[in-house]
Design a protein around this ligand. Structure first.
Ligand code: NCD
Length: 308
């Protein structure tokens, strides 16, 4: 049985397989509409979500399966003090696969230890968000035709942004990837990522607090929200929340074929005027999230070989 807890749980070949399957689904979704008939996906969301939970549900429904679950800790027995280990033991007999989001780093790892069904980490605290990474990779691969040889700017909350952490982990496995890490001093990437991933693998990167002057060198700009819920005090959040705002003026400095991605939700960090720029692909990216989750569910259930 396979789980997806970190983006590194998938080998490059497995990842390639899921992305290709995602592209196949994108081209002819109807071919896949019965593959999960009789299967159930449980969504165990202890933390708010719009896209991740609903795209998982849409993915399973598109595959002909069914969904069940809860969308907040308050509406589950967690409110009564039940442990993740006990919850997953029970859910294992209600569903065939589950997606879990939890505010505590490591919760999905614990769930996987006690689970009899595949567990997908749908975001654990400030740690990882592997299915957002699959979404990001499918977006980059589809729009740029490659996952290597590029300069990726990551901007915003690089400290708490789990999507950033997972994407860095995933991208360093491809040749000739450079990072421009743009954040306020207080929201730089965690030390372990700098030491154990970037430095150890000799990846080229700079850390800066300048967005505009770095724009011209970027092939991808990955914008992120400042993560209010992970701050210890409101004052720091208010001081830092609008550190970077991408607007049409800053877009003038970008390459003509650069793409702007954002895992969403957006707060203020991208002015709505940028939405009309053809290089702004974050809504398309959210749509790709459904295809790639369809491919992932099929793979983890072992149904990817039996399609059509
Ligand atoms: C992200 C998350 O939950 O980490 N959202 C998402 O899943 N698309 C990013 C965020 O909340 O800012």
């Amino acid at each position: 049985m396979r789980h997806l807890i970190s983006p590194l749980d998938l080998s490059i070949e497995e990842l390639e397989h899921i992305l290709c399957l995602g592209q196949e689904i994108m081209e002819s979704p109807e071919k896949f509409s019965h593959i999960c008939e009789g299967k159930k996906l449980a969504t165990l969301f202890y933390e708010p979500s719009t896209r991740t939970r609903l795209s998982f549900e849409a993915a399973m429904l598109n595959l002909g399966g069914k969904v069940l679950g809860f969308s907040s800790a308050d509406s589950s027995s967690a409110a009564k003090g039940e442990s993740v280990a006990d919850t997953i033991r029970v859910i294992s007999s209600y569903a065939d696969i589950c997606a879990m989001r939890h505010p505590k780093e490591g919760a999905p790892t614990v769930a996987a230890m006690y689970s009899e069904i595949p567990v997908i980490n749908a975001g654990d605290g400030g740690h990882n968000h592997p299915t957002q990474t699959l979404t990001d990779l499918l977006t980059i691969k589809t729009l740029m035709g490659r996952l290597d040889n590029m300069t990726i700017g990551m901007c915003g909350d690089l400290k708490f942004g789990r999507t950033v952490h997972s994407l860095i982990n995933a991208m360093v496995r491809y040749p000739n990837i450079r990072f421009v890490l743009i954040s306020p001093q207080e929201l730089k990437i965690p030390d372990y990522l700098r030491r154990e991933v970037l430095d150890q693998k000799n990846i080229e990167y700079i850390e800066t607090d300048q967005l505009e002057q770095n724009m011209p060198k970027l092939d991808i700009l990955y914008m992120t929200r400042v993560q209010r819920e992970r701050f210890f005090n409101e004052e720091d959040y208010i001081r830092l929340k609008d550190s970077f705002i991408l607007d049409t003026n800053k877009m003038k400095y970008a390459k003509k074929d650069m793409f702007v991605l954002h895992p969403l939700p957006r707060v203020n960090e991208i002015a709505t005027e940028v939405d009309n720029d053809p290089r702004a692909v974050y809504f398309k990216q959210a749509k790709y999230g459904v295809y790639v989750r369809m491919a992932l569910i099929m793979s983890l259930l072992g149904l990817d070989k039996a399609k059509q």
